[in-house]
Design a protein around this ligand. Sequence first.
Ligand SMILES: Nc1ncnc2c1ncn2[C@@H]1O[C@H](COP(=O)(O)OP(=O)(O)O)[C@@H](O)[C@H]1O
Ligand SMILES: [Mg+2]
Length: 97
Amino acid sequence: MAQQFIFQMQGLTKAFPGGKKVFENIWLSFYSDAKIGVVGVNGSGKSTLLKIMAGLDKEFSGEAKAAEGTKMGYLEQEPHLDPALNVDDNVIAWEEV
Ligand SMILES: Nc1ncnc2c1ncn2[C@@H]1O[C@H](COP(=O)(O)OP(=O)(O)O)[C@@H](O)[C@H]1O
Ligand SMILES: [Mg+2]
């Protein structure tokens, strides 16, 4: 049987209020065991894309959907760390967004 995608974007377009279009018509599909890096210069839209994938930013057009039953986690670039936890536990604490 063909492997199921764990996340799919179809025609994903993001423009901020004021008109700045960060990306347009992105089509991507991810396999569940893939390790994927998003590479781009500062301001190219990496964090914006990840926030959409994590479900934190719902203001976009097109489709961006995780497979049913998938848990999404998002570790911010500048996270508020809990000093009582070690690195592993801090990451785990951010798993559920
Ligand atoms: N809340 C926002 N309102 C308006 N513009 C934003 C907002 N967040 C990010 N941007 C703009 O969108 C572009 C992409 O930002 P970002 O996703 O943070 O880039 P990256 O993570 O690749 O450095 C940048 O030009 C940034 O200024
Ligand atoms: Mg960023």
